[in-house]
Write a protein that binds this ligand. Structure first.
Ligand code: 2BA
Length: 109
């Protein structure tokens, strides 16, 4: 069994979980925040049997779009001077970042 830790855009989360549930997979959603953009995203935990991993990855790929975001970096403050704004940079986010973890044991009580 594998645990897919899938970090997705919040706007794709319902389409993704609907598709997963329709295909018979269980999922848990955690509200998370990206460390770089500091924007909300969603982490979807999906426990799946090994033979279903590729199918679930296909669903994730189909439901999660790549988006471009603009980030306003702040210059590093030099001693004695204020930090100042520099040009916004374009950042590509997603469709999804997925970690595939081995599950040692799974119990449901
Ligand atoms: P964020 O950390 O907010 O990152 C958003 C996007 O910013 C990333 O998209 C990437 O394109 C860019 N980015 C991240 N760190 C960067 C840096 N140091 N310099 C320049 N650009 C940078 P994705 O790679 O699609 O990641 C989307 C979200 O997935 C991330 O949001 C983070 O929440 C998570 N994530 C990505 N890689 C991760 C990792 N290795 N470990 C844990 N979480 C990860």
């Amino acid at each position: 069994m594998k645990l897919l830790v899938s970090i997705v855009n919040h706007d794709d989360m319902y389409a993704l979980t609907d598709a997963l549930v329709q295909d018979g997979h269980d999922a848990t959603v955690i509200s998370t925040t990206g460390g770089f953009l500091r924007e909300g995203n969603a982490t979807v935990l999906i426990g799946v049997e090994d033979h279903a991993v590729s199918k679930v990855l296909r669903i994730i790929r189909a439901k999660c779009r790549i988006r471009m975001r603009y980030m306003q970096p702040l210059s590093a403050a030099v001693e004695g001077e204020e930090a100042f704004l520099v040009e916004p940079i374009e950042v590509e986010v997603g469709g999804a970042v997925v970690f595939v973890l081995e599950v040692e044991r799974f119990e449901r009580f």
